[in-house]
Write a protein that binds this ligand. Structure first.
Ligand code: ASP
Length: 356
């Protein structure tokens, strides 16, 4: 009787100790919130052979998480469905809504990192926007896939696992928003979708910041442009974004392309210029006329790499124009919209384009 009780106590003691060890291991893992917005990573195709034709934004966040049981080995993961859309359907309103939710979560002491599942098409715009307006050092990691989860060799599972690893890693802090795909960790400011169909969709002209391999991050460089906690912009003060439109330059241009955007209400035009952001001589008067009416003219380039030289192809000082530095037109649109919430001075805008 006495021995029986001692044995029972011993077993109970062991069980308690085992539970305490398990609980400690559980709490030692980082807490990562996955915000799901849709995209191919939540896509579904008709057959396993459909790797490129499918419907995006079908699989809910709980199923995404359940599809990668290994996530619970690296983090305490919770999920939230913010949107269920293909990313080409993102709007300024949705960007603002998402950023406010990210900022709320980042402010919670119990959250260590945030992953955002997103379509590849506009992930680069969302990543850059968040890096400009969310004040936090905690990792904010965008992740996507090129193949739907139903396809053979779907890339979303490993990408999601990698993103959660990066979001939970203290070494990822203070690096601005990140975009994880195909084993690479890109700066959210620099990553751009360069390839369709293939799984190595993203590219950064100055190189990725690091890599993530088998649950471990490897870092090679830091971003130098101002971002997140150091940014002068804060989503707490932004409820709407001013309209900024891109005009894509080709060998035959028409004034109405610019004037139409102005009539729509655009406060700035991103000129996706040929070469070094150049402007056809017969278009210069139209663009100067718009600047005289208060519209900002920002010269970017349709050439993917390099950067636009101020006063290079055009006398920007004389015309009071701005150059987009190394930002591609879609990223220049994001920065211009954010900057215009604070200033409408072209010199100040140029300072912001150098700095961010
Ligand atoms: N059109 C899809 C999207 O951006 C493509 C993708 O996710 O790869 O939502």
């Amino acid at each position: 009787m006495h021995y029986q009780r001692t044995f029972k106590n011993l077993v109970a003691g062991f069980a308690l100790a085992a539970w305490a060890v398990l609980a400690a291991a559980q709490t030692a893992k980082p807490n990562v919130v996955i915000l799901a917005t849709g995209g191919t990573i939540a896509g579904a195709g008709a057959t396993t052979a459909n790797s490129a034709s499918y419907a995006a934004a079908k699989v809910p966040v709980d199923k995404l998480i359940a599809g990668v049981p290994e996530l619970k080995d690296v983090a305490n993961v919770t999920g939230e469905q913010v949107f269920q859309i293909a990313s080409e359907a993102f709007t300024n309103e949705k960007l603002v809504q998402l950023a406010k939710r990210v900022a709320q979560l980042a402010a919670q002491p119990g959250v260590d990192g945030i992953v955002i599942t997103h379509g590849t098409d506009t992930a680069e715009e969302t990543a850059y926007f968040l890096s400009l307006v969310v004040h936090t050092d905690k990792p904010i990691v965008l992740v996507a896939s090129m193949r739907p989860s139903t396809s053979m060799s779907a890339d979303g599972m490993l990408n999601l696992y990698d993103a959660v690893v990066v979001a939970g890693d203290k070494a990822s802090r203070g690096k601005g928003t990140l975009l994880v795909m195909n084993d690479e960790i890109h700066s959210g400011r620099e990553a751009t979708k360069r390839v369709n169909i293939k799984t190595n969709a993203f590219y950064s002209q100055w190189g990725p910041l690091g890599m993530v391999v088998e649950g471990k991050t490897y870092w090679f460089r830091n971003p130098v442009k101002t971002h997140t906690s150091q940014s002068e912009f804060d989503i707490a003060n932004i409820d709407t974004l001013p309209m900024v439109q891109i005009v894509y330059a080709t060998g035959q241009m028409y004034p109405e392309m610019y004037e139409g955007a102005m009539k729509l209400g655009a406060k700035a035009i991103i000129h996706a210029g040929t070469g070094n952001g150049s402007v056809a001589n017969y278009m210069v008067d139209t663009m100067r006329g718009m600047r005289a009416k208060g519209v900002q003219i920002i010269r970017s380039a349709r050439v993917p790499d390099g950067f636009v030289l101020r006063n290079g192809e055009q006398p920007d000082d004389k015309y009071d124009w701005v150059v987009a530095h190394d930002l591609n037109p879609q990223k220049a649109r994001i920065l211009a919209a954010v900057a215009l919430t604070k200033t409408n001075d072209a010199k100040e805008l140029q300072r912001i384009f150098w700095q961010y």
